[in-house]
Design a protein around this ligand. Structure first.
Ligand code: F6P
Length: 456
């Protein structure tokens, strides 16, 4: 059945701000979800419903459905404190931590009454989204709900709009049953039943879907319908970015910084699940144990701040900044900076880093997908070796082209970096070719087709 499409996500494809002349202008939004879904939705009739996250967004929300930059967007403005509790507290401090297994359990979490208030806000935000979807979705639409921010949305739709087919897709892992038990029981129950209320729940890998099914069996004694559909990279889009003048200029700048040295690279949000600290500790260990790499390798990290409203993220970034400074202080020589650390959120530069890499480090603790592993494979120009953690969702798709990184083992990761830096040209070439093939095997339209199939 050809259903009209409504995409619903917390972060939308556009963000709005007033320019110098006081005119409200739209800009393409940031983040993996938008770069993955954006090209699929742009230029179509699909409506994209998302939260207003800034003052400019809130002004745009008042205008109803806005057509801009190839998108039809309806932003939803909720009271700022209610939104903060739902996004910063429930979504990013609680659900995110439980789904990625990030709590340091002897110390955290220690839920108090504030979680009850925040959970109430989360319900309210989900209900407000359900209202907007119920009011604006065309008859019979497939409502493609994205991510953990909106897990309860479909509960508010079922009675009012039985013609709609809601599908949920998680861009994160799901909690294991053990981790789900960290949540207060009623919250765990609502989370699982909220997801199970969709026609189907999609995940990037079988492993995350199985974790969800195990939780659903434990909490609901039910087996909801699931499907597995890793988000593809839009190969044309990322190659276009890689051949842009802005990317060429950024690459020239990087070349001037690193010269003819080998480059270990990473491109990430500054995010606890990405495991930045152990990545830099491993590089420090490599320089310590393998003096021959000193002055011959540069770690180029293009990492950008994220979720500044969450104290754990602010603290994490401070720790990463301090560690990078310590490693550089320990090893730098005149003319060689071991870690070139850029936090400017500069997309052309990030793509240039992927082009220039000799080794790409993707070592998450646990991560939904890690699109960057595929993007790196598609734009790299030096047969870079992908050093990949099995805990990245993308492992199932491209693991056979990668060298496995043990995410919690600093000495082991240093060994993997050493091996990757020494890998003979022929093996690098074979792996890079395989990675290019695997990374382009699925097209964005395949992902959309999977969502629509799951709606029926
Ligand atoms: O990986 C899950 C995810 O929600 C992505 O979909 C998104 O791009 C990313 O996290 C960034 O999150 P935020 O919108 O909170 O910056």
């Amino acid at each position: 059945m050809d259903r009209p499409v409504v995409v619903v996500s917390n972060r939308g494809p556009l963000s709005f701000r007033r320019d110098g002349d006081g005119i409200l202008v739209a800009r393409r939004g940031a983040g993996g979800l938008v770069s993955g879904l954006g090209p699929l939705v742009a230029g179509t009739d699909a409506l994209w419903v998302a939260a207003a996250m800034s003052d400019g967004d809130r002004e745009a929300a008042a205008a109803g459905v806005v057509d801009a930059e190839d998108f039809r967007v309806r932003l939803l403005s909720v009271d700022a404190e209610t939104y903060r509790l739902a996004y910063d507290v429930v979504s990013n401090q609680v659900l995110w931590f439980v789904y990625h297994g990030l709590y340091d359990l002897p110390r955290a979490p220690a839920f108090g009454p504030e979680l009850r208030e925040a959970w109430h806000a989360y319900r309210e935000v989900n209900a407000a989204f359900a209202d907007v979807v119920a009011e604006t979705a065309p008859p019979g639409a497939a409502v493609l709900v994205q991510d953990y921010h909106l897990g309860l949305l479909s509960l508010g739709l079922a009675e009012r709009r039985p013609d709609l087919a809601a599908v949920h897709f998680s861009h994160t892992p799901f909690a294991t049953p053990t981790w789900l038990r960290v949540l207060p029981e009623h919250i765990a129950g609502e989370v699982v039943s909220g997801l199970a209320a969709h026609r189907a729940c999609g995940f990037h890998t079988r492993g995350w879907a199985d974790d969800f099914l195990a939780c659903a069996r434990e909490v609901l004694a039910l087996t909801p319908r699931t499907f597995v559909s890793p988000l593809p990279t839009d190969a044309d889009d990322v190659r276009r970015a890689a051949t842009s003048p802005a990317c060429d200029a950024a690459l020239a700048e990087i070349e001037a910084e690193v010269g003819d040295r080998l480059v270990v690279a990473r491109v990430d949000r500054i995010e606890l699940s990405k495991n930045l600290l152990r990545g830099f500790q491993s590089f420090d260990e490599l320089l310590d144990r393998r003096p021959e790499w000193r002055e011959r390798v540069v770690f180029v990290a293009s990492v950008y701040p994220s979720r500044g409203g969450v104290p754990a993220y602010v603290e994490y970034q401070a720790e990463v900044d301090a560690l990078v400074a310590r490693v550089n202080e320990r090893w730098a020589t005149p003319g060689w900076t071991p870690i070139v650390y850029d936090t400017s959120d500069d997309y052309p530069r990030s793509v240039a880093v992927l082009r220039r890499a000799d080794v790409l480090l993707v070592n998450p603790i646990r991560d939904g997908l890690n699109l960057v592993a595929k993007e790196g494979g598609l734009v790299n120009e030096r047969d870079a070796v992908l050093c990949l953690s099995r805990e990245a969702g993308v492992w199932d798709e491209v693991g056979e082209a990668a060298v496995e990184v043990p995410p919690f083992d600093i000495a082991g990761t240093a060994d993997v970096l050493d091996l990757a830096l020494r890998m003979p040209a022929e093996e690098r070439k074979a792996r890079a070719e395989l990675l290019r093939t695997l990374a382009a095997a699925r097209r964005p339209a395949d992902w959309l087709a999977d969502q629509l199939a799951a709606a029926d």
